[in-house]
Design a protein around this ligand. Structure first.
Ligand SMILES: [Zn+2]
Length: 419
Protein backbone atom coordinates (compact mmCIF):
# COMPACT_ATOMS: atom_id res chain seq x y z
CA UNK A 1 0.00 0.00 0.00
CA UNK A 2 1.67 3.23 -1.03
CA UNK A 3 0.89 6.86 -0.22
CA UNK A 4 -1.75 6.02 2.35
CA UNK A 5 -2.67 8.46 5.11
CA UNK A 6 -2.27 7.05 8.62
CA UNK A 7 -2.89 9.35 11.58
CA UNK A 8 -2.46 12.37 9.31
CA UNK A 9 0.90 11.25 7.81
CA UNK A 10 1.69 9.78 4.39
CA UNK A 11 2.91 6.19 4.71
CA UNK A 12 3.72 3.04 2.80
CA UNK A 13 2.37 -0.08 4.47
CA UNK A 14 3.78 -3.51 3.70
CA UNK A 15 1.59 -6.54 4.31
CA UNK A 16 3.12 -9.98 4.50
CA UNK A 17 1.64 -13.29 5.66
CA UNK A 18 -1.64 -11.63 6.67
CA UNK A 19 0.10 -9.13 8.95
CA UNK A 20 1.28 -5.53 8.76
CA UNK A 21 5.00 -6.13 8.43
CA UNK A 22 6.32 -2.57 7.84
CA UNK A 23 5.02 0.98 8.07
CA UNK A 24 7.43 3.52 6.57
CA UNK A 25 7.31 7.07 5.26
CA UNK A 26 5.63 7.31 1.83
CA UNK A 27 8.17 6.61 -0.90
CA UNK A 28 10.59 4.82 1.40
CA UNK A 29 9.54 1.28 0.65
CA UNK A 30 10.05 1.49 -3.11
CA UNK A 31 13.38 3.21 -2.54
CA UNK A 32 14.71 0.60 -0.15
CA UNK A 33 13.16 -2.64 -1.38
CA UNK A 34 12.44 -4.20 -4.74
CA UNK A 35 8.64 -4.32 -5.17
CA UNK A 36 8.93 -7.49 -7.24
CA UNK A 37 6.60 -10.09 -5.78
CA UNK A 38 4.33 -7.51 -4.14
CA UNK A 39 0.98 -6.24 -5.39
CA UNK A 40 1.11 -2.48 -5.01
CA UNK A 41 -2.04 -0.57 -4.14
CA UNK A 42 -1.87 3.16 -4.77
CA UNK A 43 -3.76 4.76 -1.89
CA UNK A 44 -3.34 8.46 -2.66
CA UNK A 45 -6.33 10.33 -1.13
CA UNK A 46 -7.22 7.32 0.99
CA UNK A 47 -6.92 7.15 4.78
CA UNK A 48 -6.29 3.85 6.54
CA UNK A 49 -8.23 2.94 9.67
CA UNK A 50 -8.37 -0.44 11.44
CA UNK A 51 -11.14 -2.78 10.30
CA UNK A 52 -14.08 -2.84 12.69
CA UNK A 53 -14.79 -5.71 15.08
CA UNK A 54 -18.52 -6.32 15.48
CA UNK A 55 -18.45 -7.83 18.96
CA UNK A 56 -22.01 -9.15 19.06
CA UNK A 57 -24.20 -10.18 16.17
CA UNK A 58 -26.34 -12.98 14.74
CA UNK A 59 -25.14 -12.77 11.16
CA UNK A 60 -27.64 -14.98 9.31
CA UNK A 61 -30.47 -12.86 10.70
CA UNK A 62 -29.53 -10.56 7.82
CA UNK A 63 -32.43 -12.38 6.13
CA UNK A 64 -34.85 -11.54 8.97
CA UNK A 65 -34.88 -7.77 8.81
CA UNK A 66 -38.12 -6.25 9.91
CA UNK A 67 -39.88 -9.50 10.86
CA UNK A 68 -40.84 -8.21 14.30
CA UNK A 69 -41.28 -4.47 14.01
CA UNK A 70 -43.20 -2.58 16.72
CA UNK A 71 -43.28 -5.59 19.05
CA UNK A 72 -42.45 -5.92 22.75
CA UNK A 73 -39.14 -7.73 23.40
CA UNK A 74 -40.90 -10.86 24.76
CA UNK A 75 -43.20 -11.10 21.71
CA UNK A 76 -40.33 -10.26 19.37
CA UNK A 77 -38.10 -13.07 20.70
CA UNK A 78 -40.99 -15.57 20.48
CA UNK A 79 -41.49 -14.54 16.87
CA UNK A 80 -37.78 -15.05 16.16
CA UNK A 81 -37.70 -18.47 17.86
CA UNK A 82 -40.80 -19.47 15.93
CA UNK A 83 -39.13 -18.63 12.61
CA UNK A 84 -35.90 -20.28 13.72
CA UNK A 85 -37.73 -23.56 14.38
CA UNK A 86 -37.83 -23.97 10.59
CA UNK A 87 -34.27 -22.89 9.99
CA UNK A 88 -31.96 -24.88 7.71
CA UNK A 89 -28.33 -24.84 6.67
CA UNK A 90 -28.94 -23.17 3.34
CA UNK A 91 -30.65 -20.26 5.07
CA UNK A 92 -27.68 -19.79 7.40
CA UNK A 93 -25.17 -20.13 4.57
CA UNK A 94 -26.72 -17.47 2.33
CA UNK A 95 -27.83 -15.34 5.28
CA UNK A 96 -24.27 -15.23 6.58
CA UNK A 97 -23.00 -14.40 3.11
CA UNK A 98 -25.41 -11.49 2.87
CA UNK A 99 -24.29 -10.36 6.33
CA UNK A 100 -20.65 -10.58 5.25
CA UNK A 101 -21.38 -8.53 2.14
CA UNK A 102 -22.89 -5.86 4.33
CA UNK A 103 -20.15 -6.05 6.96
CA UNK A 104 -17.41 -5.76 4.35
CA UNK A 105 -19.14 -2.78 2.72
CA UNK A 106 -19.33 -1.07 6.10
CA UNK A 107 -15.76 -1.88 7.15
CA UNK A 108 -16.10 -4.87 9.48
CA UNK A 109 -13.30 -7.43 9.20
CA UNK A 110 -14.01 -9.54 12.32
CA UNK A 111 -17.36 -10.48 13.85
CA UNK A 112 -18.45 -12.31 16.97
CA UNK A 113 -21.39 -14.40 15.86
CA UNK A 114 -23.97 -16.33 17.84
CA UNK A 115 -26.13 -18.38 15.55
CA UNK A 116 -27.29 -21.84 14.51
CA UNK A 117 -25.42 -24.10 12.07
CA UNK A 118 -22.27 -22.25 13.03
CA UNK A 119 -19.94 -24.44 11.03
CA UNK A 120 -21.97 -23.44 7.96
CA UNK A 121 -21.68 -19.79 9.03
CA UNK A 122 -17.95 -20.28 9.41
CA UNK A 123 -17.64 -21.65 5.88
CA UNK A 124 -19.65 -18.76 4.45
CA UNK A 125 -17.54 -16.16 6.25
CA UNK A 126 -14.28 -17.88 5.30
CA UNK A 127 -15.31 -17.79 1.64
CA UNK A 128 -16.00 -14.06 1.99
CA UNK A 129 -12.57 -13.55 3.57
CA UNK A 130 -13.52 -12.04 6.93
CA UNK A 131 -12.91 -13.62 10.31
CA UNK A 132 -15.84 -14.97 12.35
CA UNK A 133 -15.98 -16.14 15.93
CA UNK A 134 -18.68 -18.82 15.91
CA UNK A 135 -20.28 -20.71 18.75
CA UNK A 136 -21.85 -23.82 19.98
CA UNK A 137 -24.97 -22.27 21.56
CA UNK A 138 -26.61 -23.60 24.69
CA UNK A 139 -30.34 -22.90 24.69
CA UNK A 140 -32.97 -24.96 26.49
CA UNK A 141 -36.73 -25.11 26.26
CA UNK A 142 -39.46 -26.76 24.27
CA UNK A 143 -38.16 -28.72 21.31
CA UNK A 144 -34.50 -28.20 22.22
CA UNK A 145 -32.13 -31.14 22.79
CA UNK A 146 -31.63 -32.24 26.42
CA UNK A 147 -28.62 -31.07 28.44
CA UNK A 148 -26.53 -34.22 27.90
CA UNK A 149 -27.03 -34.06 24.13
CA UNK A 150 -26.01 -30.39 24.11
CA UNK A 151 -22.86 -31.10 26.14
CA UNK A 152 -21.87 -33.89 23.75
CA UNK A 153 -22.48 -31.63 20.74
CA UNK A 154 -20.41 -28.83 22.25
CA UNK A 155 -17.51 -31.24 22.77
CA UNK A 156 -17.87 -32.54 19.21
CA UNK A 157 -17.91 -29.03 17.71
CA UNK A 158 -14.93 -28.02 19.80
CA UNK A 159 -12.99 -31.06 18.52
CA UNK A 160 -13.91 -30.16 14.95
CA UNK A 161 -12.81 -26.55 15.52
CA UNK A 162 -9.26 -27.72 16.16
CA UNK A 163 -8.98 -28.28 12.41
CA UNK A 164 -10.15 -24.78 11.44
CA UNK A 165 -6.72 -23.16 11.55
CA UNK A 166 -6.95 -19.37 11.32
CA UNK A 167 -10.26 -19.33 9.45
CA UNK A 168 -12.40 -18.84 12.57
CA UNK A 169 -12.44 -18.62 16.35
CA UNK A 170 -14.55 -21.16 18.26
CA UNK A 171 -16.49 -19.88 21.28
CA UNK A 172 -19.10 -21.31 23.63
CA UNK A 173 -22.37 -19.41 23.87
CA UNK A 174 -24.94 -19.50 26.60
CA UNK A 175 -27.96 -17.76 25.18
CA UNK A 176 -28.98 -16.10 28.46
CA UNK A 177 -29.76 -16.75 32.12
CA UNK A 178 -33.47 -17.04 31.31
CA UNK A 179 -33.11 -19.69 28.61
CA UNK A 180 -30.43 -22.00 30.06
CA UNK A 181 -30.52 -23.88 33.39
CA UNK A 182 -28.08 -23.38 36.23
CA UNK A 183 -26.33 -26.73 35.71
CA UNK A 184 -25.82 -26.18 32.03
CA UNK A 185 -24.51 -22.61 32.52
CA UNK A 186 -22.00 -24.02 35.03
CA UNK A 187 -20.97 -26.79 32.66
CA UNK A 188 -20.58 -24.41 29.69
CA UNK A 189 -18.50 -21.97 31.75
CA UNK A 190 -16.27 -24.75 33.02
CA UNK A 191 -15.87 -26.14 29.52
CA UNK A 192 -14.85 -22.71 28.17
CA UNK A 193 -12.40 -22.16 31.05
CA UNK A 194 -10.86 -25.63 30.72
CA UNK A 195 -10.29 -25.16 26.99
CA UNK A 196 -9.21 -21.51 27.16
CA UNK A 197 -12.03 -20.32 24.91
CA UNK A 198 -14.38 -17.35 25.08
CA UNK A 199 -17.86 -17.54 26.61
CA UNK A 200 -20.42 -15.40 24.79
CA UNK A 201 -23.70 -14.60 26.56
CA UNK A 202 -26.59 -12.07 26.56
CA UNK A 203 -26.65 -10.40 29.99
CA UNK A 204 -29.12 -7.92 31.49
CA UNK A 205 -30.58 -6.92 28.17
CA UNK A 206 -33.97 -5.97 29.61
CA UNK A 207 -35.40 -4.87 32.94
CA UNK A 208 -37.73 -7.89 32.84
CA UNK A 209 -34.71 -10.22 32.55
CA UNK A 210 -33.35 -8.67 35.75
CA UNK A 211 -36.65 -8.83 37.62
CA UNK A 212 -37.29 -12.45 36.59
CA UNK A 213 -33.75 -13.43 37.56
CA UNK A 214 -34.09 -11.79 40.97
CA UNK A 215 -37.41 -13.56 41.53
CA UNK A 216 -36.01 -16.96 40.50
CA UNK A 217 -32.61 -16.77 42.18
CA UNK A 218 -33.02 -15.28 45.63
CA UNK A 219 -32.71 -11.63 44.65
CA UNK A 220 -29.59 -12.04 42.50
CA UNK A 221 -29.29 -9.95 39.35
CA UNK A 222 -28.16 -11.78 36.17
CA UNK A 223 -24.58 -10.56 36.76
CA UNK A 224 -24.61 -11.66 40.44
CA UNK A 225 -26.20 -14.96 39.50
CA UNK A 226 -23.62 -15.69 36.77
CA UNK A 227 -20.85 -14.72 39.18
CA UNK A 228 -22.24 -17.12 41.79
CA UNK A 229 -22.02 -19.89 39.17
CA UNK A 230 -18.39 -19.08 38.35
CA UNK A 231 -19.44 -17.96 34.89
CA UNK A 232 -17.73 -14.55 34.80
CA UNK A 233 -14.03 -14.10 34.09
CA UNK A 234 -11.85 -12.20 31.63
CA UNK A 235 -12.72 -14.49 28.69
CA UNK A 236 -16.43 -13.71 28.94
CA UNK A 237 -18.06 -11.55 26.26
CA UNK A 238 -21.30 -10.21 27.72
CA UNK A 239 -23.69 -8.68 25.22
CA UNK A 240 -25.85 -5.74 26.31
CA UNK A 241 -25.11 -5.41 30.08
CA UNK A 242 -27.68 -2.64 30.14
CA UNK A 243 -29.49 -2.88 33.47
CA UNK A 244 -26.61 -2.84 35.94
CA UNK A 245 -26.50 -1.99 39.64
CA UNK A 246 -23.32 -0.56 41.18
CA UNK A 247 -22.53 -4.06 42.40
CA UNK A 248 -22.99 -5.50 38.89
CA UNK A 249 -20.57 -2.89 37.53
CA UNK A 250 -18.03 -3.80 40.22
CA UNK A 251 -18.32 -7.51 39.43
CA UNK A 252 -18.00 -7.09 35.65
CA UNK A 253 -15.10 -4.65 36.01
CA UNK A 254 -13.37 -6.76 38.64
CA UNK A 255 -13.34 -9.77 36.33
CA UNK A 256 -12.32 -7.69 33.30
CA UNK A 257 -15.36 -8.96 31.37
CA UNK A 258 -15.84 -7.63 27.82
CA UNK A 259 -19.17 -5.78 27.77
CA UNK A 260 -20.68 -5.21 24.34
CA UNK A 261 -22.91 -2.21 23.78
CA UNK A 262 -25.58 -2.74 21.09
CA UNK A 263 -27.32 0.59 21.10
CA UNK A 264 -29.44 0.38 17.95
CA UNK A 265 -30.93 -2.96 18.95
CA UNK A 266 -31.59 -1.70 22.50
CA UNK A 267 -33.28 1.47 21.28
CA UNK A 268 -35.36 -0.32 18.67
CA UNK A 269 -36.67 -2.96 21.11
CA UNK A 270 -37.09 -0.36 23.88
CA UNK A 271 -34.81 -2.50 26.04
CA UNK A 272 -33.14 0.58 27.49
CA UNK A 273 -30.31 2.93 26.62
CA UNK A 274 -28.45 3.87 29.80
CA UNK A 275 -25.32 1.81 29.15
CA UNK A 276 -23.07 2.55 32.12
CA UNK A 277 -20.06 3.31 29.96
CA UNK A 278 -18.09 5.53 32.35
CA UNK A 279 -18.66 3.34 35.41
CA UNK A 280 -17.79 0.10 33.57
CA UNK A 281 -14.64 1.68 32.14
CA UNK A 282 -13.51 2.92 35.54
CA UNK A 283 -14.26 -0.47 37.09
CA UNK A 284 -11.98 -2.23 34.58
CA UNK A 285 -14.35 -3.80 32.04
CA UNK A 286 -13.30 -4.06 28.37
CA UNK A 287 -15.90 -2.05 26.46
CA UNK A 288 -16.82 -3.13 22.94
CA UNK A 289 -19.42 -2.36 20.31
CA UNK A 290 -21.80 -4.54 18.34
CA UNK A 291 -24.81 -4.24 16.11
CA UNK A 292 -26.73 -7.31 17.34
CA UNK A 293 -28.66 -9.14 14.61
CA UNK A 294 -30.57 -7.51 11.77
CA UNK A 295 -33.90 -8.68 13.21
CA UNK A 296 -33.48 -5.96 15.84
CA UNK A 297 -30.93 -3.45 14.55
CA UNK A 298 -31.86 -3.90 10.88
CA UNK A 299 -28.30 -3.40 9.67
CA UNK A 300 -24.71 -4.27 10.56
CA UNK A 301 -23.19 -0.83 10.15
CA UNK A 302 -20.57 -0.20 12.83
CA UNK A 303 -20.14 3.47 11.92
CA UNK A 304 -23.85 3.96 12.57
CA UNK A 305 -23.50 2.04 15.86
CA UNK A 306 -20.60 4.30 16.88
CA UNK A 307 -22.50 7.49 16.19
CA UNK A 308 -25.69 6.38 17.93
CA UNK A 309 -23.79 5.04 20.96
CA UNK A 310 -22.00 8.33 21.46
CA UNK A 311 -24.91 10.69 20.94
CA UNK A 312 -27.27 8.69 23.18
CA UNK A 313 -24.61 8.43 25.91
CA UNK A 314 -23.94 12.18 25.72
CA UNK A 315 -27.68 12.92 25.79
CA UNK A 316 -28.79 10.92 28.81
CA UNK A 317 -25.77 11.91 30.86
CA UNK A 318 -26.17 15.52 29.79
CA UNK A 319 -22.41 15.52 29.22
CA UNK A 320 -20.99 15.96 25.69
CA UNK A 321 -17.48 15.00 26.82
CA UNK A 322 -18.49 11.38 27.53
CA UNK A 323 -17.38 8.64 25.10
CA UNK A 324 -14.83 10.73 23.20
CA UNK A 325 -13.87 9.84 19.64
CA UNK A 326 -10.66 7.92 20.38
CA UNK A 327 -12.43 5.72 22.97
CA UNK A 328 -15.39 5.22 20.64
CA UNK A 329 -13.11 4.03 17.84
CA UNK A 330 -11.25 1.76 20.29
CA UNK A 331 -14.57 0.16 21.28
CA UNK A 332 -15.24 -0.65 17.63
CA UNK A 333 -11.73 -1.93 16.90
CA UNK A 334 -8.97 -2.83 19.36
CA UNK A 335 -11.23 -3.55 22.37
CA UNK A 336 -13.26 -5.96 20.25
CA UNK A 337 -10.05 -7.62 19.06
CA UNK A 338 -8.88 -7.93 22.68
CA UNK A 339 -12.18 -9.54 23.65
CA UNK A 340 -11.54 -12.26 21.07
CA UNK A 341 -7.84 -12.62 21.89
CA UNK A 342 -6.76 -11.24 18.51
CA UNK A 343 -3.69 -9.18 17.72
CA UNK A 344 -5.62 -6.69 15.63
CA UNK A 345 -7.55 -3.41 15.82
CA UNK A 346 -4.74 -0.91 15.22
CA UNK A 347 -2.59 0.07 12.23
CA UNK A 348 0.64 -1.18 13.73
CA UNK A 349 3.53 -3.38 12.65
CA UNK A 350 3.10 -7.00 13.69
CA UNK A 351 -0.69 -6.89 13.94
CA UNK A 352 -3.21 -8.66 11.69
CA UNK A 353 -3.69 -6.64 8.52
CA UNK A 354 -7.36 -5.67 9.04
CA UNK A 355 -7.61 -2.32 7.30
CA UNK A 356 -10.30 -0.08 5.79
CA UNK A 357 -9.30 2.54 3.25
CA UNK A 358 -11.51 5.59 3.54
CA UNK A 359 -12.02 7.87 0.56
CA UNK A 360 -11.94 11.41 1.89
CA UNK A 361 -12.90 13.05 -1.41
CA UNK A 362 -16.39 14.09 -0.33
CA UNK A 363 -18.11 17.02 1.37
CA UNK A 364 -18.12 15.08 4.66
CA UNK A 365 -14.36 15.45 4.99
CA UNK A 366 -14.16 19.03 3.68
CA UNK A 367 -13.76 20.52 7.10
CA UNK A 368 -11.06 21.72 9.47
CA UNK A 369 -12.24 19.10 12.00
CA UNK A 370 -10.15 16.02 12.81
CA UNK A 371 -10.56 13.06 10.46
CA UNK A 372 -12.24 10.88 13.10
CA UNK A 373 -14.89 13.52 13.82
CA UNK A 374 -15.79 13.70 10.15
CA UNK A 375 -15.70 9.92 9.80
CA UNK A 376 -17.92 9.08 12.77
CA UNK A 377 -20.31 12.00 12.97
CA UNK A 378 -20.52 13.32 9.40
CA UNK A 379 -19.87 10.61 6.83
CA UNK A 380 -21.60 7.32 5.99
CA UNK A 381 -19.99 3.96 5.52
CA UNK A 382 -20.03 4.31 1.73
CA UNK A 383 -16.85 6.37 2.18
CA UNK A 384 -15.13 3.01 2.85
CA UNK A 385 -13.61 2.26 -0.52
CA UNK A 386 -11.42 -0.79 -0.05
CA UNK A 387 -11.26 -3.36 2.75
CA UNK A 388 -8.40 -5.68 3.65
CA UNK A 389 -9.04 -8.56 6.06
CA UNK A 390 -6.20 -10.72 7.33
CA UNK A 391 -4.00 -9.26 4.58
CA UNK A 392 -6.42 -10.08 1.72
CA UNK A 393 -8.41 -7.53 -0.25
CA UNK A 394 -12.09 -8.43 0.28
CA UNK A 395 -13.52 -5.29 -1.35
CA UNK A 396 -11.71 -3.13 -3.87
CA UNK A 397 -13.17 0.16 -5.05
CA UNK A 398 -16.55 -0.88 -3.56
CA UNK A 399 -16.64 -4.13 -5.58
CA UNK A 400 -17.04 -7.45 -3.74
CA UNK A 401 -16.63 -10.54 -5.92
CA UNK A 402 -19.74 -12.71 -6.22
CA UNK A 403 -22.20 -10.13 -4.84
CA UNK A 404 -24.91 -10.66 -7.46
CA UNK A 405 -24.91 -14.42 -7.04
CA UNK A 406 -25.14 -14.09 -3.25
CA UNK A 407 -28.11 -11.75 -3.42
CA UNK A 408 -29.92 -13.98 -5.93
CA UNK A 409 -29.40 -17.14 -3.86
CA UNK A 410 -30.41 -15.40 -0.65
CA UNK A 411 -33.60 -14.14 -2.29
CA UNK A 412 -34.36 -17.70 -3.32
CA UNK A 413 -33.84 -19.04 0.21
CA UNK A 414 -36.11 -16.34 1.62
CA UNK A 415 -39.04 -17.76 -0.29
CA UNK A 416 -38.77 -20.88 1.93
CA UNK A 417 -38.83 -18.95 5.22
CA UNK A 418 -41.76 -19.70 7.51
CA UNK A 419 -44.11 -16.72 7.37
ZN1 LIG B 1 -28.06 -10.70 20.53
Amino acid sequence: MKNVTVDGCQRDIVIDGGKISRIVQAGEFEKSFPTFGYDVLDCSSLTAIPGFVNSHTHAAMALMRGVGEDMLFQDWIKRIWDIEAGLHKEFVYWGTKVACLEMIRTGTTVFNDQYWFSSTAREAAAEMGILPAVSYIFLEGEGRPDAETQKAKCQKWYDASLGWGDSAIFTVSVHSVYSVSENLIKWAAEFARDHGIKLHIHVSETLKENQDCQAAHGGLSPVEYLDSLGALWSDVIAAHTLWLSDNDVRILGGHGVSCVHNINSNLKLSSGYKFRYTELKEAGANLCLGTDGCASSNNLDMLEAMKTSAIVQKAWREDPSVMPLDELVAMATENGARALGLQSGRIEEGLRADICLVDTRSSFFLSPAPFLANLVYSSHSDCIRTVIAGGKIVMKDRVIPGEEEILANAANVLTQLKK
